[in-house]
Design a protein around this ligand. Structure first.
Ligand code: UD1
Ligand code: UDP
Length: 363
C-alpha cells in the first residue's frame, strides 16, 4: 500500500484537490490518500464550507498556520508540515496551484527525499512582482511530476529546462469540479436569495495585492464599479484581504445596485457566475471557470498566467488603468461577441488521468 498526502491551504486549492481525492477512491486497495490542510485560509467561508460542498473528508492533518507575512506563513507551514512527513513517511506529496502552501510543502517534501507532484504546473505570468509567480517557478523546479492544464505550460516548462519525462498534459482539475457539480449548481437558490435575475447583474471579485492593498487604488476601482452599478446590479463577494483595505478608508460604496457580500461557497458562487451578464475579476481560477461557462470575463490585470483563456475563451485583460474600468466594461459588452472554445482536455477527467499516471508511477 502506497501513501499519498495532498495539500490544501487556500480557497483555490479545494476544488482542485476534491476530484483527485474522489479519483483515488478507485485505487483504495493500492493507495491510501490523505489530506493535509495548512490553515492558510481559515474563515468558515474560505475553508470549511468548501469541505462540505465539495464532499472532501475532514483533513487528517490540520496545521493551523493562519495569516502572516510571506516569510512567517511559509516558515510556519514548513515547520509543521515537516513533522507530519516525518511521522507519516508518505510515498508522494501532491501540491496544487501557486499559493504559499504549495511551495512551502513542496520544499519540505523534496528535502526529505519524498516525491512531489505539482498539479497546475507550468503556468507563468512572467511577472515576478506576483508572489504566486515565485511560488510557481520554484515549485516546478523541484517537483518530480508536473501535471499541466494548458499548452502554454508545456512550452514554459520546456523553456525552463524541465525534462520531458516529468511533464504530463492532463487538463484542469478545477474544471473537473465544475463539470461534476453542475447539477448541484443548477439547484442553488442563491439568485432568489439575493433577488437577482438571470443576465441582469455583474459578478465582481478582487484580491490581488497589486489591486487591493493600496487604499487609494482600491477607492478608484470602487468608484468605477459605482459607474457600472448605475446601469447593472453588481454582486461582489468580497475577499477578506480586500475587505480589510476598504474598511481602513472612509469610502462609501453604498449604491442601490451594489451588493457587497461575504465570500460565498463554491456552489453559490458558480451559480452566480453562470447566470451573470459578465464577470470582473483579478482571480486566476475564475478566468478559467468563465472560459468554460462562456461568460464574458474582464480581468483587471496587465498579464495572465492562463493565456489560453484569452486565446480561446471569453477572457479579456483590461489592465490596471483604473479610471478606464467602466469604459472598458461597457465597450466589451457592446462589442460583437466572438465564438469561444473550451481548451483541450478541460473535459472533467483531468483527475482520472492524474491518478492513473500516479498509480503507475508509484507501483
Ligand atoms: C492567497 C494566495 C493567492 C490566492 C488567494 C486566493 C499566497 C501568497 N496568496 O492570497 O495566490 O489567489 O489566496 O484567495 O499564497 N484572511 C482572513 N481570513 C482568511 C484568510 C485570509 O481574514 O481565512 C485575511 C488576513 O487578513 C490575511 C489576508 O486575508 O492577512 C491575506 O491572506 P493570505 O492567505 O496571506 O493571502 P491571500 O490574499 O488570501
Ligand atoms: N470562489 C468561491 N466563492 C467566492 C469567490 C470565489 O467559491 O466568493 C471560487 C471560484 O469559483 C474559484 C476559486 O474560488 O473556484 C478561485 O479562488 P480565488 O479567486 O480566491 O483564487 P485564485 O484562483 O485567484 O488563486
Amino acid at each position: 500500500m502506497k501513501k499519498v498526502i495532498s495539500v490544501v491551504g487556500a480557497r483555490p486549492n479545494y476544488m482542485k484537490v476534491a476530484p483527485i481525492h474522489r479519483s483515488f477512491q478507485k485505487y483504495k486497495d493500492r493507495i491510501k490518500h490523505l489530506i493535509c490542510h495548512t490553515g492558510q485560509h481559515y474563515d468558515v467561508n474560505m475553508s470549511k464550507i468548501f469541505f462540505e460542498e465539495l464532499e472532501l473528508p475532514q483533513p487528517e492533518f490540520y496545521l493551523g498556520v493562519g495569516s502572516g507575512s510571506h516569510a512567517e506563513q511559509t516558515a510556519k507551514i514548513m515547520i509543521e508540515f515537516e513533522k507530519v512527513l516525518l511521522n507519516e513517511k508518505p510515498d508522494l506529496v501532491i501540491v496544487v496551484g501557486d499559493v504559499n502552501s504549495t511551495i512551502a510543502c513542496s520544499l519540505v517534501a523534496v528535502k526529505l527525499g519524498i516525491k512531489v507532484a505539482h498539479v497546475e504546473a507550468g503556468l507563468r505570468s512572467f511577472d515576478r512582482t506576483m508572489p504566486e509567480e515565485i511560488n510557481r517557478l520554484l515549485t516546478d523546479q523541484i517537483a518530480d511530476y508536473l501535471f499541466v492544464t494548458e499548452k502554454s505550460g508545456l512550452e514554459n516548462l520546456k523553456n525552463e529546462g524541465i525534462a520531458d519525462e516529468k511533464i504530463f498534459f492532463v487538463g484542469n482539475t478545477m474544471i473537473d469540479s465544475l463539470v461534476y457539480y453542475l447539477p448541484k449548481i443548477e439547484m442553488s437558490q442563491i439568485l432568489n436569495e439575493l433577488n437577482l435575475k438571470e443576465k441582469e447583474y455583474v459578478v465582481i471579485t478582487l484580491h490581488r495585492p497589486s489591486n487591493v492593498d493600496n487604499p487609494e487604488n482600491l477607492i478608484k476601482i470602487f468608484e468605477q464599479f459605482r459607474k457600472i452599478a448605475d446601469k447593472y446590479k453588481i454582486v461582489f463577494p468580497i475577499h477578506p484581504r480586500t475587505k480589510k483595505t476598504i474598511q481602513s478608508t472612509n469610502f462609501h460604496y453604498n449604491h442601490i445596485n451594489f451588493l457587497l457580500i461575504d465570500p460565498v461557497g463554491y456552489i453559490s458562487f458558480i451559480k452566480l457566475v453562470k447566470n451573470s451578464i459578465a464577470v470582473i475579476t483579478d482571480s486566476g481560477g475564475i478566468q478559467e471557470e468563465t472560459t468554460f461557462l462562456k461568460i464574458p470575463c474582464l480581468t483587471l490585470r496587465e498579464n495572465t498566467e492562463r493565456p489560453i483563456t484569452v486565446e480561446l475563451g471569453t477572457n479579456k485583460l483590461i489592465g490596471t488603468k483604473y479610471d478606464k474600468i467602466a469604459e472598458e466594461f461597457f465597450n466589451y459588452l457592446n462589442s460583437p461577441k466572438y465564438d469561444s472554445n473550451i481548451p483541450p482536455l478541460w473535459d472533467g477527467k483531468a483527475a482520472e488521468r492524474i491518478t492513473a499516471k500516479l498509480v503507475e508511477l508509484l507501483n
